[in-house]
Design a protein around this ligand. Structure first.
Ligand code: 26V
Length: 819
């Protein structure tokens, strides 16, 4: 079926398909149909088209034999799929009308869908946006990931504290996946390595594994927007390998057979949340290897299906490592080439160096992965041998050539960190192997070169590069903000969702009174809708005419939700001191999950909730200030918050947020940023211009200078009376009546533990920027102009641009246009 004929699917025909599928999903059609059943029936109807297109994409790919990009990521934050698939297939209106005839609003059906939350935050959502763009741009791409039984935990608040419960996304089945038993893999673990002599006298290594795990692939089709392409995200699920079970079983060891099964299935059971306690966890290490081995073997299988020798492998496959999590893929490819396919060392190494590229997503030292040599020895003994040899050749070759006899340098760059416990530095392995290493925003990539890997940058001057992150405008404008999309489509000619730079036409209307009014009317309607959601989720009533000030992202000290909190306290205090203070009413909206093991992050959530409770119930404040923390922040909640935001809080300590992508989504939907010169904020400011953003705080260089001088938060506390009084306030029992010191973990971290993220250093500057923002909002026409300029100037941040950057500068992909 071509896209033309698909667009011609009538409402009647689509409705008939839904009714056909309802036979399978609804028990009793004579009574009112359950919303879950209709959701499943709509998904099945969409899948008929999707799988058709997948087949024709595969046929085309086979004929063209084009180079493919293989994206290896432990995380994919896909969110819900139905709405986006309908938009991308240009079927949204048809489906909307068909379900209406069946008595349902399509939005209500979407609400029944579960988020695919197989990721923690920015890194996983970036992977999802990139898959959307790769398909939309018709690139031959495959995503590889893990089919976690439980994605990111669900969050509730109980007595203002975060409570976690398991995510059950597949409880009732997932309509967007299909099992591919024909591509299943067997993955060895543990055991020992034997050196055997060949008949010709050469020595060969044989790994005798102690256990074998089965990897079962589940394919999720990725539908490109307004094009013929459907790509695949292949997610691996671990199972006990059948023949191993039988061995124990036949020996009468039923319990062992059973526990082997449980152990095997544990590997893909749960997504690890981002917390430092994850480091050193054996299961996480096995998870990474399992995933890498399945994916590399699958890539080889796909290659050998169409080739008789290895001569074209590096021409046909490029592998992108999404952070260091999939670094073991390098060792696995080396192992297979050496041991299974009998490559010479040099040939295998040459091949690896041509195939892998690596993206760095953070400079935070605690997030840079290291695994103990001991873990390698036990679980992957053969890989450790290979790693040692790579290290030896690297140190004795490139390092010694550049820094002859410099043992300190050898120690610094070695793949092995010496110490009480020897550790393998995964980032070093990724950097020395990859042909390109990229950061995710201009400033971040500069810091990767200058601060994180300066020696590698000297060794390989052309290796380190930048690809600024992007977001898909299909999900983050077209689907989530239909009212604004319709308004834009009235002014912008052409398919702006496919060519986001077209939005710059809107600058012509930034000062047009009528357009300003329409733009702000859309914003207000979105705020009314969000107000209803806020009421539903928290019980708090908010005023849609207030400024909606939004901070949505994972909870981390470097993102400084507590700086936002201090400013809220300052406003509260000012209002109590002067009830007639002339400020715009404001609703502060938070959404954030804290890693379960991250104590201070959870204390910050608790503090915000306690302060919110106090302020929201303080009659003296009279609606001038409201604070809401929406529970269970996730992609589908972001889609409701973002269209309603006036202000976007991007307030990380300069140098700490690699890029940020929420900043792009909010600005695209007409929110004005208050932010530091960090990550992609800098590039957003360049695009929208200084008049349309509120920048505050210390720059990266100023933060560095502060660290050199010796930073003293207590002196700031003592010299800023307002700051002092709000910190003391937080330390009292005002927000937790009868419980003194209940919130003092935060004040402790700021005053006694050195305020690592420079909250106090930036407070005054932040507070001034907030005042300027408040003043700017009073000029409604001026604000509307700023909001429009933000939407208009976000063209750069489409993930299509990011993917074209990768395709041209890193992957060297050929275009794969349909016939
Ligand atoms: C990981 C960990 C693990 C240990 C405890 C603390 C901690 C803190 C952060 C992380 C995140 C690691 C990688 C990551 O998710 N980076 C994010 O990637 C986004 C996409 O490039 C980017 O927009 C965010 O700025 C960046 O933080």
């Amino acid at each position: 079926m071509t896209s033309k004929s698909r667009k011609n699917i009538t409402v009647k025909a689509f409705k008939a398909r839904i009714q056909h599928h309802l036979n399978f999903h609804a028990v009793d059609l004579s009574h009112s149909i359950d919303k879950k059943a209709i959701l499943m029936a709509v998904c099945s109807s969409v899948n008929e088209i999707v799988f058709d297109k997948l087949q024709s994409t595969n046929i085309r790919r086979h004929e063209r034999n084009s180079r493919s990009i293989n994206y290896l990521s432990l995380e994919y934050l896909m969110g819900r799929m139905l709405s986006n698939n309908l938009h991308n297939l240009q079927l949204f209106k048809t489906a909307q009308a068909a379900t209406k005839e069946l008595g349902f609003e399509i939005e209500d059906i979407f609400e029944e869908g579960h988020d695919l939350a197989l990721g923690n935050g920015g890194l996983g959502r970036l992977a999802a946006c990139y898959l959307d763009s790769l398909a939309t741009l018709d690139y031959n791409a495959m995503g590889y990931g893990i089919h976690y039984e439980h994605g990111l935990f669900e969050q509730q608040f109980y007595n203002n504290r975060q409570i976690e419960s398991p995510d059950e996304w597949r409880e009732y089945g997932n309509p967007w996946e299909v099992c591919r038993p024909e591509a299943e893999q067997e993955i060895p673990l543990y055991g020992h390595v034997e050196t055997v002599a060949e008949t010709d006298g050469t020595l060969r290594k044989v790994w005798h594994p102690g256990q074998i795990i089965k990897g079962v692939p589940w394919d999720v089709p990725i539908v490109g927007y307004n094009c013929e392409t459907v790509n695949v995200l292949r997610l691996w699920e671990s199972r006990a390998s059948s023949h191993f079970d039988w061995e124990a079983f036949n020996a009468g060891d039923y319990q062992d057979a059973n526990s082997a099964q449980t152990q095997a299935e544990t590997i893909s059971k749960v997504l690890y949340p981002n917390d430092s306690t994850a480091a050193g966890k054996e299961l996480r290490f096995i998870q990474q290897y399992f995933f890498c081995a399945c994916s590399i073997k699958d890539i080889i299988r796909r290659y050998l299906k169409h080739h008789d020798d290895w001569s074209q492998f590096a021409d046909k496959f490029v592998i992108q490592l999404n952070d260091t999590h999939p670094t073991i893929a390098i060792l696995e490819l080396m192992r297979l080439l050496l041991d299974e396919y009998r490559f010479s060392w040099d040939n295998a190494w040459q091949m690896c160096k041509q195939v892998f590229a690596y993206t760095n997503h953070t400079l935070l030292p605690e997030a840079l992965e290291k695994w103990s040599v001991e873990l390698f020895e036990t679980i992957l003994p053969r890989h450790l041998e290979i790693l040692y040899r790579i290290n030896e050749e690297f140190l004795n070759g490139q390092v010694d050539k550049m820094w002859p006899g410099d043992t300190a340098m050898r120690r610094k760059l070695s793949l092995i960190e010496e110490g009480q416990q020897k550790m393998v530095r995964m980032a070093h392995l990724s950097v020395i192997t990859s042909f390109k290493v990229n950061g995710v925003a201009e400033i971040h990539s500069e810091l990767v070169k200058q601060d994180l890997f300066p020696e590698f940058h000297k060794l390989y001057p052309n290796k380190l590069t930048n690809v600024t992150n992007g977001i898909t405008p299909r999900r983050w404008l077209k689907a989530c903000n239909p009212a604004l999309s319709d308004l834009i489509s009235k002014k912008v000619k052409g398919d702006w969702a496919k060519n986001l730079s077209l939005l710059s036409t809107l600058t012509d209307y930034a000062e047009d009174k009528k357009f300003q009014q329409q733009f702000m009317q859309v914003k207000r309607e979105n705020k009314v809708k969000l107000s209803e959601e806020i009421k539903k989720l928290t019980g708090v009533s908010v005023n849609p005419d207030a400024i909606f000030d939004v901070q949505i992202k994972r909870l981390h000290e470097y993102k400084r939700q507590h700086l936002n909190l201090l400013h809220i306290l300052a406003l509260y205090r000012r209002l109590l001191e002067n009830p007639r203070l002339d400020i715009n009413p404001r609703v502060f909206i938070f959404g954030a999950k804290a890693a379960p093991g991250y104590y201070l992050a959870k204390e910050i959530i608790y503090a915000i909730n306690c302060v919110a409770e106090k302020i929201n119930n303080d009659a003296r404040i009279n609606d001038k200030l409201k604070v809401v923390f929406l529970p269970n922040y996730r992609v589908s909640l972001a889609e409701k918050i973002i269209p309603a935001a006036d202000v976007s809080e991007q307030i990380s300590t300069a140098g700490k947020e690699a890029s940020g992508t929420g900043n792009m989504k909010l600005a695209l939907n007409g929110a004005v940023t208050i932010g530091t010169l960090d990550g992609a904020n800098i590039e957003i400011a360049e695009e929208v211009g200084d008049d349309n953003i509120f920048i505050f705080g210390k720059t990266v260089d100023e933060i560095k200078a502060l660290n050199r001088q010796g930073y003293d938060p207590v002196s700031i506390y003592n010299s800023e009376p307002e700051l002092k009084s709000i910190i003391d306030w937080l330390d009292s029992d005002y927000f937790t009546p009868g419980k003194f010191g209940e919130l003092s973990a935060i004040t402790q971290s700021l005053l006694n533990d050195g305020d690592h993220y420079k909250v106090l250093a930036d407070f005054v500057s932040y507070s001034q920027a907030q005042e300027a923002l408040d003043k700017a909002y009073k000029d409604q026409a001026g604000w509307a102009k700023m909001a429009i300029m933000n939407t208009a100037m976000m063209g750069k941040f489409t993930s299509d641009r990011s993917i074209e950057d990768y395709a041209n500068n890193i992957w060297s992909l050929d275009k794969n246009l349909p016939a």
